[in-house]
Design a protein around this ligand. Structure first.
Ligand SMILES: [Ca+2]
Ligand SMILES: [Ca+2]
Length: 273
């Protein structure tokens, strides 16, 4: 391999490593319980018969600090039938005013609500994309929603890559799974299934926390403005998802590749002059 090309590739890999390492830093979760609420760690550690009740059944326990999964800004579905989701818990004064949905990575103003303030722990919903045409349609099956068993659909432009959002009609705040859309604040953390832990989710029989399954935990108050940082405000479980690397990380990798191109071009130019 051309030496300069090799160095260029190494530089690209190095920059990509920095980008990955930066995004892999865990977000601190407040598990002190000082606000009198069940902590996110208790939600993950306690069984359904303990007080306060949690979602743990058997197998390795999930550590809310060290088991955070990155990148968690953007997602796509890896099953044709869509993604099954269900609400794990909502411990927030504003629970009645917060709703959760997905937004289009290609067009963030395109937002599609999944759960409303009326939904409670155990409510289930499946959403999917119809990818037959270039325009993708979102279909939502709401088992626990205001219209049980009803389907909602909406136009969806571009690929089926999406992020999650949480909006609070009381405070007027909307947060996104992409921290760069929250002024850099990481308002949502993700945990990936390991294939060995069994979860006992509300309104469900115990089942394995599979490799394509995730838990998403939200903080509903800006981290930089009066937040308690407990990340138990809205916790949701979702299946059949694959994380999509953040554009920023890809951008830095692309910058590295561009560097390789420039070096190669200059090298070739000097060879032929
Ligand atoms: Ca909170
Ligand atoms: Ca809370």
């Amino acid at each position: 391999m051309d030496k300069q090309f090799k160095y260029g590739l190494l530089a690209a890999a190095f920059l990509f490593g920095i980008a990955s390492a930066t995004s892999a830093m865990a977000t601190p979760i407040n598990t002190s319980g000082s606000n009198g609420e069940e902590t996110l760690q208790q939600v993950f550690d306690n069984t359904s018969t303990q007080t306060p009740a949690g979602i743990y059944y058997s197998g390795p326990q999930i550590n809310v600090q060290t088991d955070q999964y990155q990148p968690d800004s953007y997602w796509r579905q890896n099953a044709s039938g869509g993604s099954h989701t269900q609400i794990v818990i909502r411990i927030a004064g504003d629970a009645q005013c917060t709703s959760l949905g997905i937004f289009n990575e290609a067009n963030p103003s395109q937002m599609f609500p999944l759960y409303s303030g009326a939904n409670t722990a155990g409510d289930k919903l499946t959403f999917g994309f119809d990818a037959n045409a270039s325009n993708v349609i979102t279909g939502v099956y709401k088992s626990g929603a205001a219209v049980p068993g009803g389907y909602d659909s909406a136009a969806w432009s571009g690929a089926g890559i999406f992020g999650f959002y949480l909006t609070d009609s009381h405070t007027g705040n909307t947060f996104y799974s992409d921290p760069s859309m929250n002024g850099g604040n990481d308002q949502m953390v993700a945990y990936k299934g390991n294939g060995t832990t069994y979860l006992d989710l509300p309104s469900s029989l115990p089942g394995v926390f599979g490799l394509n399954d995730f838990l998403f935990a939200w903080e509903d108050t800006p981290l930089t403005s009066g937040s308690d940082g407990d990340y138990n405000d809205f916790v949701v479980y979702a299946e059949s998802l694959t994380s999509v690397p953040e554009p920023s990380a890809l951008g830095i990798f692309g910058l590295g590749l561009l560097l390789v191109g420039v070096i190669t071009f200059r090298r070739n130019k000097s060879d032929h002059s």
